[in-house]
Design a protein around this ligand. Structure first.
Ligand SMILES: C[S@@+](CC[C@H](N)C(=O)[O-])C[C@H]1O[C@@H](n2cnc3c(N)ncnc32)[C@H](O)[C@@H]1O
Length: 265
């Protein structure tokens, strides 16, 4: 891909998602765009660039191939341990209504890990619990909504929870593990672009998981996002970020409570 074509894609991706692609990402982007070209039956990246410019709906397809959706069940177990602790605290204080947000939920394993953690402490059927799970990638959100995972994906889920919260069903090539409806009804999936606050939700939220997405943003985009999360969280609410992320250098009131975990004052 020619440098000027790469730069045009880079500008479009930044304007529409806040994702900052460095000069070192040219090969990766070319390979990912190549996939989209094949799907659309196009030959050259320039043709695809012209299409993206002409048809704003194709931005969705572009961001679907550009975004990195790597995730796993119970990624960063220490976060789920603290999340469980907080939930127990809230329950002990008599709280029965809970609102959580998995921002950049990818294929859904993060919000489902959150729900298993909560339900194992107190049955969710007796509580008003909702997780809003959002992502920019419609492809990832489609998988999240299907909630059907291959055996290797559910490996990190302890056996007892696999039996309790999943149903093994025949899949296209191999059996899949499908999250049971009793758990799924506590999560709502929506497409949301984290780089363009304000967001349409009304807080206050009890905890926010915004993990492994800020690494793709530059400082101004991170700043806007963190300020918006701070606005939506309740006082003493918790923000979990990715283990390679930090709020250092961001103007906010959050205080660090443990690795990659912050509390609103
Ligand atoms: C590496 S995954 C992280 C998933 C999960 N939070 C975790 O930690 O396992 C990053 C996700 O961020 C999403 N993403 C990237 N830019 C975004 C944006 N501007 N708004 C919302 N989601 C975005 C990607 O589509 C992808 O699903």
């Amino acid at each position: 891909m020619e440098a000027r074509v790469y730069e045009s894609f880079r500008d479009i991706v930044y304007q529409t998602s806040g994702i900052s692609l460095g000069p070192d990402k040219q090969e990766l982007v070319a390979a990912r765009i190549g996939k989209r070209l094949r799907v659309l039956g196009l030959q050259r990246p320039e043709e695809y660039l012209a299409l993206v410019r002409k048809d704003p709906e194709e931005i969705v397809g572009l961001l679907d191939v550009i975004s990195t959706n790597f995730t796993s069940f119970f990624r960063g177990q220490d976060h789920f341990d603290l999340f469980a602790e907080k939930f127990e605290e809230y329950l002990a204080a008599g709280q029965t209504r809970f609102r959580f947000w998995s921002a950049a939920c990818s294929t859904g394993v993060e919000p489902y890990s959150m729900l298993m953690t909560l339900d194992s402490i107190r049955s969710l059927s007796s509580l008003d619990v909702k997780i809003l799970a959002t992502d920019i990638s419609t492809r990832a959100l489609g998988q999240a909504q299907e909630a059907a995972y291959q055996a290797k994906v559910v490996e990190p889920v302890r056996n007892e929870w696999k039996m309790k919260y999943f149903e093994k069903q025949p899949g296209e090539r191999e059996p899949v593990w499908v999250v049971r409806p009793e758990l799924r009804r506590h999560v709502v999936f929506r497409r949301l672009n984290l780089s363009q606050p304000p967001f349409p939700m009304t807080g206050p939220l009890d905890c926010v998981f915004c993990r492994n997405v800020m690494i793709y943003f530059d400082q101004p985009v991170r700043q806007r996002l963190v300020s918006e999360i701070e606005r939506l969280l309740r006082p003493k609410g918790i923000l979990f970020v990715g283990h390679s992320e930090t709020l250092t250098g961001i103007d906010c009131g959050f205080r660090a409570v443990q690795a990659a975990t912050y509390a609103k004052p």
